[in-house]
Design a protein around this ligand. Structure first.
Ligand code: GTP
Ligand code: MG
Length: 197
């Protein structure tokens, strides 16, 4: 799929204020700093469309970007940001779960996982929560440029092994890098396959 246009539409803290209509959308979720905003920028080849930061907690709202005047990419706040107070952590949680559980036009969600880390409890809990709520998603491993190819395969295998303890059938998985562009075509093909023509 070719990206012809990518425009910021709006940000807000409540799914009820998200754009109305039935434009299909795809959301990016994962721990703070995992690379959600960077991957959105890489997908649409725009360096500064979604705001990026070396410090976790950059994205604090639900951000809609309109692509090809046809579908939306949605950048969400990260979960598990240790440095915010308990009450604002709860607030982010509410924003995220409210959005995921209620957004009618959400087609699928990309759950981003840092390839370099051992399977993290918070990611596994989130993935299980998605499953329990029958929300469609795929897993996208990020920052694969930071480790060698064999290590990437090892990490994916390790993650699968852990997931198989609670899942009968594994969700789809894509390895990615916003630096090298690994996984970009695969992600765009996945989105394309779900857009009603
Ligand atoms: P929050 O908005 O805080 O939830 O973070 P985020 O998940 O949107 O992460 P963001 O895209 O802001 O990236 C966090 C940091 O990781 C930045 O310093 C990025 O440059 C870096 N980063 C993101 N993706 C990659 C990647 O694929 N490779 C490398 N090497 N660095 C990356
Ligand atoms: Mg972000």
């Amino acid at each position: 799929m070719k990206i012809k246009s990518a425009d910021f539409l709006l940000s807000n803290s409540d799914y009820k204020k998200c754009p109305s209509g039935d434009t299909p959308e795809f959301a990016f979720i994962g721990r703070s700093n995992v690379g959600k905003s960077s991957l959105i920028n890489k997908l649409v080849e725009r360096r500064a469309l979604a705001k990026i930061s070396g410090k976790p907690g950059k994205t604090q709202l639900i951000n809609h970007f309109e692509i090809n005047n046809q579908w939306y990419l949605v950048d969400l706040p990260g979960y598990g940001w240790a440095k915010v107070s308990k009450s604002s952590r709860g607030e982010f949680q509410k924003i995220i779960t409210g959005y995921l559980l209620n957004r009618q036009s959400l087609v699928s969600t990309f759950v981003l996982v840092d390839i370099r880390l051992e399977p993290q409890k918070i990611d596994l809990e989130f993935i299980n929560w998605m499953g329990e709520n029958s929300l469609p998603f795929i897993i996208v491993f990020t920052k694969c440029d930071k480790i060698s190819k064999p290590k990437v395969s090892q990490s994916v295998a390790r993650f699968k092994k852990v997931l198989l303890q609670s899942w009968e059938e594994l969700p789809s998985m894509i390895t990615s890098s916003s630096t090298s562009g690994l996984g970009r075509d695969e992600l765009l093909d996945y989105i394309d396959s779900l857009l009603v023509k």
